[in-house]
Design a protein around this ligand. Structure first.
Ligand SMILES: [Zn+2]
Length: 422
């Protein structure tokens, strides 16, 4: 069997296995949630109303159904790009129009991004204006949604095109170890994004104001001092402009770190609860989760670039995925796009490992928050957040193991030893 046919078969098999697994998991989740819809779990009987429980169930079901539709559509688009010849056709058309060279390759990546983005739009619209709207979470109108889309596109082009151009240039000019240079460039670019995101990018989409409430500021500053943290500032973000979902996060690096509270979070939680949520975030820093995640991501991308460095020189890599490489000119943009399309089909199967890793971090951060603040506050804050986000209390355990980056409420409160008391 030729390597080309072998790749086609492996790709097809992985795609089918992935679709089957996703479908099976979604079916489990839908059945499990629907079966427990009629009654609040006993542990939450005193704290969660039946109406809130059923809203969470209905929201979970609606999202699971949309995910399934999106998954099926995504697989069809992926086949369209690869084995059915979409990418090949686009490449040939651009070669005819522009001739070979860096501009043609950049145009190929750009055209691919625009078409892919356009195909995603109906799902994004449906999610925001049908599902989020129906459950009362959406605060956006079409105008704001369109403005976000325009800003995102401009930003994507302004940041994305130069980095893609640089990587394509390295692929052509840096010899067989181009992938090492490209990897270094990619890491530097990501670190730069982390630094400029809070001060230059985020304010384009949201307003950030210094935390006004002096009592809360004092409390939060005392907590940070107690935990040995310095931050450049405490900010409130107008998250309510877009959504009723609540959150808090850290952003930035080193001394430029800042704490950002969503206004929706401050409106909902008591000062003690805000403290507990912040302590949880500090726990992620204290346990070095952020650094571990970045190092893990860099190691992973290093493997990816090395693999791409090898694959891009193999003719079967192109022909096995439905693309005819140019034997005379450069195929770097083709290689890059094929790689980005096909790798997730295979890495899907390690998602349970990553999710387990992430859930373990959440438990560690919770334990840190309990040690620094008050378990009771953390418990009631978590319960409010789960309820406000309409997260189901009764997810399917296998679905959780595969996908959940955060443990379900029941498990988290049980770990705090508060399940009964909450
Ligand atoms: Zn966390």
């Amino acid at each position: 069997m030729s390597p080309s046919l072998l790749l086609t078969l492996a790709f097809g098999a992985a795609l089918l296995a992935g679709l089957g697994t996703r479908y099976w998991l979604a079916t489990r989740q839908v059945r499990h949630v629907a079966r427990h819809r009629e009654a609040v779990p006993p542990a939450f009987a005193a704290t969660v109303s039946l109406a809130a429980h059923q809203k969470a169930a209905d929201y979970t079901l609606a999202k699971a159904r949309l995910d399934l539709g999106e998954t099926a559509f995504g697989a069809a688009v992926l086949l369209g790009w690869t084995l059915l010849g979409g990418l090949d056709t686009l490449n040939q058309a651009l070669l005819e129009a522009l001739g070979p060279g860096l501009w043609q390759q950049l145009a190929l990546v750009g055209a691919f991004a625009v078409i892919g983005g356009a195909l995603d739009l109906p799902f994004s619209l449906y999610r925001t204006f049908v599902i989020e709207e129906r459950f009362g979470f959406n605060k956006m109108n079409l105008r704001l949604w369109l403005a976000d889309l325009a800003k995102g596109t401009v930003l994507g082009a302004a940041i994305g095109l130069p980095i893609v151009a640089l990587i394509l240039w390295l692929m052509g000019a840096a010899g067989p170890v181009w992938w090492l240079w490209a990897w270094g460039t990619w890491m530097a670019f990501n670190l730069l994004l982390l630094v400029i995101y809070p001060t230059f990018i985020a304010p384009w989409f949201n307003k950030f104001q210094p935390l006004q409430d002096p009592q809360l500021a004092e409390r939060v500053t005392a907590l940070m001092k107690r935990c040995g943290f310095a931050a450049k500032g405490l900010f409130v973000m107008d998250g309510s402009r877009r959504s009723a979902h609540a959150n808090a996060y850290f952003t930035g690096f080193g001394a430029a770190k800042r704490v950002v509270f969503y206004d929706t979070l401050l409106a909902r939680l008591s000062p003690g609860e805000v403290d507990a949520v912040l302590a949880h975030e500090l726990g992620h820093f204290r346990h070095r989760h952020i650094i571990q995640r970045i190092v893990g991501l860099f190691a992973f991308s290093g493997l990816g670039f090395a693999l791409l460095g090898w694959l891009s020189t193999q003719v079967w890599f192109y022909t096995g995925l439905g693309v005819g490489p140019s034997l005379a000119g450069a195929n770097d943009a083709l290689a890059l796009l094929l790689f980005m399309l096909v790798v997730p089909v295979f890495t899907f199967f390690i998602s349970p490992l990553l999710a387990t890793w992430s859930r373990r971090h959440e438990f560690q951060a919770d334990a840190f928050a309990v040690a620094q603040t008050n378990g009771r506050d953390l418990g009631s804050a978590l319960l409010k957040l789960y309820e406000d986000n309409a997260s189901t209390l009764t997810p399917d355990p296998v679905f959780v193991a595969f996908y959940y980056s955060h443990p379900p409420a029941g498990e988290r409160l049980a770990r705090l030893g508060l399940e009964k008391a909450a």
